[in-house]
Design a protein around this ligand. Sequence first.
Ligand code: NDP
Length: 324
Amino acid sequence: MSDTPTQNERVKCLIIGSGPAGYTAAIYAARANLSPVLYEGIQPGGQLTTTTDIENFPGYPDGVSGTQLMEDCRKQAERFGTDIRMGTATAADLSSAPYKITIEGHKVIEADTLIISTGATAKYLGIPDETKYAGMGVSACATCDGFFYRKKVVAVVGGGDTACEEAIYLAGLAKQVYMIVRKPYLRASKVMQERVMNTPNITILFEHNTIGLYGEGGVEGAHLVKRMGEKDETRVDIAIDGFFLAIGHHPNSTIFKDYLETDEVGYIKTIGNTPKTSIPGVFAAGDVADPIYRQAITAAGSGCKAAIEAERYLAEMGEMLPPQ
Ligand code: NDP
C-alpha cells in the first residue's frame, strides 16, 4: 500500500492509542486475524510511562515500572502481527462506515472498525503563570522532570493518588516537597496517605490554593491563599524551584465529539457494560470512556472487550462491507 498523502488506506481494525487499552485491544484483534493497525499517539505507552512503579497490576508480585509494563504489552501486540505506527489522529469522520481517521493532518485511514483508546491528559489549574513558566519549573509529570529537582524544593498540587505518588517520588530526589491540597483532607487511598504521612520531607499544606507563581527566568516560588473565600483567608508565599500539577486528567475525545455522546467532562459514553458506542463498529476503551475506575487493569479489560466486539461486528457485517 502506498503511503502517499492523497491515497487513503483501508483497514479492518484501527486502534488509536497505545496505553493498556490500546495494546490489549491490539493483542486480541491480532490474534483474531483482524490485522489491526495501531497509532501510538502523542505519548507512546500512554500515561503509565509517566508513572513510577505499578504495584497493583496482577502478575507482578514485586511491582513493575510503568515503562516496562507498556514495553512488554507493545512487544506482545507486535508478536501477533499488530502494525504499530507512530502518529496521532487529528480528525475523524464517523458519519458512515468505513470510518475515516486523519493522521497528522494528511493521511486518511478508512477503518471498518475503530477502537478509540486515546486515554486522558493531565489537567492544569488554568492560571496564566502555568503557561508563562511552562518548561521553566512547571510540570505535570514528576517521573519525566523530577530529575531536574534533585536536592531542591518542589510543590505538588492535588490530594489524590496521583499527587501522593508524585510527592513520594519527588521526595526521593528533592530536599523538600510541599503538597498543596485545597481541601482539609486527602482524597487518596489510605495506603498512599500513610506513605505520604511517613515521608519526613513531605509537608502537606491543607486548604491552600495556588493563585500565581513568581521568579526571574524560572519558578522561584508560589503565591498561595489559605482558606480562600473564608473570613480568616490568608496569603502565603512559598519558595520553590518546581511546581508539579497532579489534579487529574481530561479525556482525549475532542475529535470524536461531533459524532459520539460524551458526559459533561468529555468521557465517551458506552452502552451498558460494553465498549460499544452509539455508532456500530466504533468502540471506546480505557480512560477515554471511564470516569470511574481509570486503572491500567480496567483499561486493559475494556480493550479486550473492544477487540472481541470488533471481531463480532465484522463477522456479522462481513457480507455487507464493501470489498477491501
Ligand atoms: P483524582 O481526581 O482522584 O484527584 C485529583 C486531586 O486534585 C483531588 O485532590 C482534587 O481535589 C485536586 N484538584 C482537582 N482540581 C483542582 C484544582 N483546580 N485546584 C486544586 N486541586 C484540584 O485524580 P488522580 O489523578 O489522583 O487519580 C485518578 C484515578 O486514578 C483515581 O481513581 C486514583 O485512585 C487512580 N490512581 C491510582 C494509582 C495507584 O493505584 N497506584 C496512582 C494514581 C492514580 P478535591 O479532592 O478537592 O476534588
